[in-house]
Design a protein around this ligand. Structure first.
Ligand SMILES: Nc1ncnc2c1ncn2[C@@H]1O[C@H](COP(=O)(O)OP(=O)(O)OP(=O)(O)O)[C@@H](O)[C@H]1O
Ligand SMILES: C[C@@](O)(CCOP(=O)(O)OP(=O)(O)O)CC(=O)O
Length: 300
């Protein structure tokens, strides 16, 4: 007779976030530590989001993951780092109804299956890695009954993709770059929740759903190696802008908020052009949109 088996599953949903003061450049590639603080706004989960189901069962013989219905490899360092960090924080789980009891030490031997869906284009510049890794880490933490709060979980999601640390919170979120070499103080904090500025409407105009030619990871590595503008931006420009942006958000000052967001986005694209070889993320449609916004009365 077959041995009695079981499956424990958790499903989570996490929205993507859009940076208004951008993260571009790492000081540590493995731990994913940035060269500057960044601030983002988390979108409404009803729109752009990732849904991830994680499952554990004694009948699984290896860790496996499916992204948008296709199996992907979990052998990459980023997935391995997240899985290792969460497993190290796993606690005992008891589900009396289903007769499941998992001791803390059992988590090392048990394997996981992960199925994740993005309801928006993947790897196209809409921060799928942010929603994806935040959702993975959050769902695993719930599955394994980890006791860490969202800021502590953000430091793990950060090791999957830098921008992911900011998707663990709603509203406006700051990723504090931190100073420690081990990355322990590089984490996200919520500045204000989603109710603080609920008349703010964000319109996402998708100008292309194709995969970007240069991934953020590769692009920012090249910028760190070759762009002098990036050094100036990280040291001189962003620290001042972060303070001004925090003030604008606190006071719901749309004029300052829009001016700072546009200036920061333009400087990010300028750093891309200052990179060798240059990186082009904007296309003709994006340029026409910027022209249109500048010529219309946006309160900027
Ligand atoms: N739902 C998900 N779960 C786990 N990993 C994901 C998920 N979605 C995307 N990823 C990972 O993120 C990678 C895409 O990241 P990348 O930074 O290139 O694009 P992006 O995040 O969509 O765009 P950008 O960073 O410019 O906003 C994918 O190749 C995959 O490895
Ligand atoms: C332009 C950005 O969206 C870049 C995001 O880069 P990623 O977080 O995707 O990069 P990795 O840390 O290498 O995974 C700006 C931002 O979100 O702050």
């Amino acid at each position: 007779m077959a041995e009695k088996t079981w499956v424990r599953m958790v499903t989570a949903q996490t929205p993507t976030n859009i940076a208004v003061i951008k993260y571009w450049g790492k000081r540590d590639e493995t731990l994913i530590l940035p060269v500057n603080d960044s601030i983002s706004v988390t979108l409404d989960p009803a729109h752009l989001c990732t849904t991830t189901t994680v499952a554990v069962s004694p009948s699984f013989d290896q860790d496996r993951m499916w992204l948008n219905g296709k199996e992907i490899s979990l052998s990459g360092g980023r997935y391995q780092n997240c899985l290792r960090e969460i497993r190290a924080r796993a606690c005992e789980v008891e589900d009396k109804e289903k007769g499941i009891k998992i001791a803390k030490k059992d988590w090392e031997k048990l394997h996981l299956h992960v199925a994740s869906y993005n309801n928006f284009p993947t790897a196209a510049g809409l921060a799928s890695s942010a929603a994806g890794f935040a959702c993975l880490v959050f769902a695993l933490a719930k599955l394994m009954n980890a006791k860490e709060d969202n800021s502590e979980l953000s430091a793990i999601a950060r090791q999957g993709s830098g921008s992911a640390c900011r998707s663990l919170f709603g509203g406006f979120v700051k990723w504090i770059m931190g100073k420690a070499e081990d990355g322990s103080d590089s984490l996200a904090v919520q500045l204000v929740d989603e109710k603080h500025w609920d008349e703010l409407v964000i319109i996402i105009a998708v100008v292309s759903s194709r995969q970007k030619e240069t991934s953020s990871t590769t692009g920012m590595r090249d910028s760190v190696e070759t762009s002098l503008l990036l050094q100036h931006r990280a040291k001189e420009v962003v620290p001042k802008r972060i303070k001004q942006m925090e003030e604008a958000i606190k006071n719901r000052d749309f004029g300052s908020f829009a001016q700072l967001s546009c200036a920061d986005s333009n400087q990010f694209h300028a750093v891309c052009l200052d990179t060798c070889p240059p990186i082009f993320y904007m296309n003709g449609t994006s340029h026409r949109q910027v022209k249109f916004l500048v010529s219309s009365d946006m309160g900027i």
